[in-house]
Design a protein around this ligand. Structure first.
Ligand code: ADP
Ligand code: MG
Length: 706
């Protein structure tokens, strides 16, 4: 057996064969995503405690941070007025009091006299030495000390279920240590030496030992870097392999460059805009990329990224015309009915006189229209179909679907995108998003996509002034709104809508609508829109707003995406603390679309948390979606925002997708390897192939589209 084969066999062996793990523990570990030994090693500490120096209690000094190991003598709640929980700890040199001011119930059940504790914290003096709310750990006996003290100690992410079976940090250390000892015997690696050398990465064994039981903080970081690289490298290798598979497959449609329809559309736009209309340079460039890609014989799989209001819809329409001119049908799928209607509205207006049949096919289409539409989609008379999830219903049959566009694609799962694509014979796919994320990250999250970016706004956009308005200034704000409406502008007032509390949110929006219509703005025309309205009612309200029959539109966040009413220049966002950054950015993107100056006002009647204040400061200080997305990544972390799971990718344990530097390196080298050796068949790639297969074989399905 080659040495790496033995190592791989060990690394990918089931956790249940490890020393100290019985069936119960194995079950919980697997539920937490730890299937094999390598997963266990990739379950990395969330932080470390420096227990290198153990100070005898007798030598403690006030004000220093110290680590002490001692025995519990007694414990309990004391104090009448200021109740607190005390533990008296003793070693050969003296005694120390640990004190907590909360969490009594939990603490009472925790200790027994005679327990050995390792304690870290800042030393105070109050009737002798005292540490309040220390980091502490119960060490079962003096033998255990070797793993848990006198060194830098790993503290792992803990979950209730892991704790329940004794796999808190101490328990995990006790199984990781011997597993690591085994690995040290085998001495082999999951990355070839050439790669390690190129990027200055630690060997596997060293990386794991320094990640879990580091000699110092710097070497822990080195360990992380190696594991992060490995994780990203194999992920990118998978993506590269998928991309090669797609682009070497010649089964797609090769569309000729459109000649007629695009020109007609631009003529229409010139009419609408009074002769002055021009695509932005970014739109032109992106369209060039798309048409080139559509001309190729393999299916296109492209992400179009552009900030809110950058003109993606127009690019999407021109893309669809490319398919239509070649005799195919095109579909546009949007996440909400309102957005689908909005796109339908734009398409009908823009394609006037071009003799292209289109239909908006949503859940609220009448049953007669529905039957009719289904028929004409199936026989090919209807060329452009706009809809929501309705497009992937079973009954929906296309005659010749050549292109599918998916708007706000992060709202759809991989499976839904794949189902739409399955409605045709390898149609070209264009997915669009307004969530601006770094390019490498986008390509990683969205799989093997190619990326086009619109990085320029159409000309003549008015600026948006954004401000937080304190309670006492509301009256003034309403007066301002009134004067703007009198000057001919329109406004949005937005309420949050979170699913769990949907009912009460709806009530809030309705009640405010009542109050605004009767008490505050009785002389103005108000409209109400929310998710519980029927589709036709929603459309009527939207239409009235678009036509200017409504001055102020009050709504829940259903207006978040896609609305395009350039005359609307004011947005008031209520309960701003309940919105995320990117949501605020999307919402605000509804205004600032015309030549008039726009205003976005943020309101709250709560005491704001630190995070809320941060978000508000960011949104007030910039309109740049890229900066906002980066701040959002920093506050929330990428997992929560983009959920790698949803994208059909394996979960990352070590790497941080915000680390675009390592991600870039990993991606570049992985793609280089695959382009040189598509199927990893060369002898020097043997290791890569084996690891790749083992890493992903049972974790993710190779999905058709990412
Ligand atoms: P996105 O979908 O990227 O958020 P939209 O496609 O809705 O943006 O475009 C926003 C607005 O800008 C629309 O009113 C659209 O008609 C207009 N627009 C798009 N491209 C141009 C352009 N080249 N010049 C002027 N206005 C444009
Ligand atoms: Mg859009």
């Amino acid at each position: 057996m080659r040495p790496h084969e033995q190592a791989l066999r060990y690394l990918f062996s089931d956790v249940q064969y490890l020393k100290g793990i019985g069936p119960a523990k194995a079950k919980v570990l697997k539920e937490s995503g730890i299937q094999n030994v390598l997963d266990l090693f990739f379950h990395i500490p969330r932080k470390y405690l420096d227990r290198t120096q153990i100070t005898p209690i007798g030598e403690l000094a006030e004000g220093t941070v110290a680590t002490v190991v001692g025995e519990v003598v007694s414990f309990g709640i004391t104090g009448r007025r200021a109740r607190r929980f005390i533990v008296n700890l003793q070693d050969d040199s003296g005694s120390l009091e640990l004190v907590w001011f909360s969490g009594y119930k939990y603490l009472t059940d925790l200790f027994s006299p005679g327990d050995i504790l390792a304690v870290t914290g800042r030393v105070g003096v109050y009737n002798g030495f005292q540490i309040s709310h220390p980091d502490f750990e119960i060490i079962s006996d003096r033998d255990d000390e070797a793993i848990h003290t006198r060194r830098i100690i790993p503290i792992y992410p803990e979950t209730a279920s892991l704790k329940r079976i004794g796999l808190h940090s101490r328990g995990l250390r006790k199984i990781i240590r011997p597993a690591l000892d085994n690995l040290e015997q085998i001495k082999a690696d999951t990355l070839p030496e050439s790669l390690r050398r190129e990027f200055g990465l630690l060997e596997l064994t060293k990386a794991i030992s320094q990640t879990h039981f580091p000699d110092n903080f710097k070497s822990a970081e080195e360990g992380h870097r190696r594991l992060a690289f490995e994780e990203l490298f194999y992920l990118e290798l998978l993506l590269a392999a998928r991309q090669i598979k797609r682009t070497t497959q010649e089964s797609g449609i090769s569309f000729p460059r459109p000649k007629v329809l695009g020109r007609q559309l631009l003529d229409n736009l010139k009419k609408i805009y009074g002769g002055k209309f021009q695509l932005t340079n970014a739109q032109k460039r992106v369209l060039g990329e798309i048409y080139d890609d559509m001309a190729k014989p393999h299916p296109m799989n492209r992400l179009l990224q552009g900030d809110v209001g950058s003109g993606k819809t127009l690019v999407a329409i021109l893309t669809m015309l490319g398919a239509v001119e070649a005799g195919y049908q095109a579909a546009l799928m949007a996440p909400t009915e309102i957005l689908a209607e909005q796109h339908g509205y734009a398409i009908v207006k823009l394609l006037e006189g071009m003799n292209i049949e289109s239909v908006v096919f949503t859940g609220s289409i009448s049953s007669r229209e529905r039957e009719n539409a289904l028929k004409n989609i199936a026989n090919g008379r209807i060329k452009i179909v706009i809809g929501t999830h309705t497009l992937i219903q079973e009954k929906m049959k296309f005659n010749k679907l050549g292109l599918a566009v998916i708007d706000e694609q992060h709202r759809f799962g991989v499976a839904q995108r794949a189902s739409l694509s399955a409605k045709g014979q390898h149609p070209d796919i264009l997915v669009m998003t307004a969530t601006p994320i770094p390019r490498t990250l986008a390509m990683t999250l969205y799989g093997d996509l190619d990326v086009s970016v619109i990085d320029e706004m159409p000309p003549g956009r008015g600026a948006i002034k954004t401000a937080f308005v304190p309670l006492e200034k509301r009256t003034g704000l309403y007066e301002f709104l009134r004067s703007e409406v009198k000057a001919g502008r329109q406004a949005y007032i937005v309420y949050p809508l979170v699913e769990e509390s949907e009912k009460s949110d709806l009530k809030a929006a309705r009640e405010s609508y009542e109050r605004f219509s009767t008490e505050i703005f009785p002389e103005l025309r108000l409209g109400l829109i929310h998710g519980k309205l029927k589709g036709t009612e929603k459309n009527k309200v939207m239409d009235d707003f678009r036509k200017g029959y409504i001055d102020i539109l009050i709504g829940t966040t259903v207006i978040e995406v896609g609305l395009d009413v350039p005359n609307a220049t004011i947005m008031i966002i209520e309960h701003v603390e309940r919105f995320g950054l990117s949501q605020l950015h999307q919402l605000r993107g509804r205004i600032g679309r015309g030549k008039n100056k726009s205003y976005c006002f943020l309101l709250s009647d709560r005491n704001l948390s630190e995070d809320s204040e941060k978000r508000i400061n960011i949104i007030c200080s910039t309109q740049d979606g890229f900066k906002i997305a980066e701040a959002d990544l920093a506050i929330r972390g990428p997992g929560e925002i983009m959920g790698t799971r949803q994208h059909g990718l394996p979960e990352l344990r070590v790497a941080n997708l915000t680390d675009s530097y390592i991600l870039g390196l990993a991606r570049k080298s992985a793609f280089a390897v695959i382009s040189d050796d598509n199927h990893l068949l060369k002898p020097e790639n043997h290791l890569l192939r084996e690891v790749l297969i083992r890493k992903f074989s049972n974790k993710i399905k190779y999905s058709k589209t990412a």
